[in-house]
Design a protein. Structure first.
Length: 295
């Protein structure tokens, strides 16, 4: 079967009447595209749509998503949500948890920074969204590039330079929850450094957010942990840079033009946002607001 289906082929594939198919297209509920006046339906996107269980029974309408940005926590994002005046709240639970909530309609948008053991981290966010069940209609918006590294005590008394040094010195490493972007980065960096599960002294309990991890280092409960430069700067801690990463926002196409997201996107394209990013340190916001993916 072709990768792109005609209306007749898509209706047969989904076992729907063509009339019902057009109703779903008109409601924006079905992944499709219009080329030279004809509707075409990507078969792979239809498969993801079916797997996600998004077929809405007759008479039901899609409930509005709560005005919440879930996913990863970031100090600059927290500031932008407050200052943009869009009425968007924050629910920081980690990148993977944010995508799950977004696919279930429990939040309006998710902030993500994903990492892989192998492959190009530059494309990890857009590829994850493109392949995620239930997000066939998602759009990825660039928020910032962030500098991630080891948050350490002031002056870096243990002389840490990378994860190999953390392992060699036996430094106590604070952790983030499973599925958080910083924890995914830690796992990827351990694999790249050839460190097994017992290669680091990993501390418990886990730290829910980056600022919580910074507080654990500041209080002496841990010697180091993976977080952004902005977290270290705000806490008055030392910082050992490791990588720059993509930090993006994901939401459904139909929600992009809602007042809350639009207020946020307008704000992050402005001079006040650029000035705040420079003050917080460790951000590159040259592409803020740019569309990186339309699923």
């Amino acid at each position: 079967m072709a990768d792109l289906l005609t209306t007749e082929e898509a209706a047969e594939y989904l076992r729907l009447s063509e009339r019902k198919l057009y109703e779903l297209v008109a409601a924006g509920a079905l992944p499709c595209t219009k080329v030279t006046g004809r509707w075409l339906f990507p078969k792979a996107a239809l498969d993801r749509w079916l797997a996600s269980g998004l077929l809405t029974p007759a008479g039901m309408t899609l409930a509005p998503r709560p005005a919440i940005v879930g996913g990863s926590q970031d100090p600059l994002l927290d500031w932008a949500l407050r200052e943009s005046g869009g009425g968007l709240a924050s629910l920081p639970e980690g990148s993977e948890a944010g995508l799950r909530r977004l696919s279930r309609g429990e939040i309006l948008a998710a902030a993500i920074h994903l990492h892989r053991i192998e492959g190009d981290d530059e494309t990890a966010n857009v590829e994850a969204v493109a392949q995620a069940p239930g997000l066939h209609d998602a759009v990825v918006i660039a928020f910032a590039r962030r500098e991630q590294g080891l948050v350490v005590a002031p002056g870096n008394p243990l002389g840490l330079s990378d994860l190999s040094a953390v392992a060699r010195t036996g430094a106590r490493m604070a952790q983030r929850p499973a599925g958080a972007g910083a924890q995914l980065l830690l796992v990827a960096l351990m694999a790249r450094a050839g460190l097994g599960a017992g290669g680091l002294t990993l501390m418990k309990p886990v730290c829910p957010t980056g600022p919580d991890l910074g507080q654990a280092v500041r209080a002496g409960r841990a010697d180091c942990g993976i977080a952004s430069r902005s977290v270290a700067h705000a806490a008055g801690l030392g910082f050992v840079p490791l990588i720059w990463e993509r930090f993006d926002l994901v939401l459904r196409q139909r929600d992009y033009f809602l007042p809350g997201p639009q207020a946020l996107f307008e704000h992050i394209r402005g001079p006040a946002f650029r000035s705040q990013a420079a003050d917080m340190q460790g951000y590159d916001v040259a592409e803020a607001g740019r569309v990186r993916l339309v699923n």
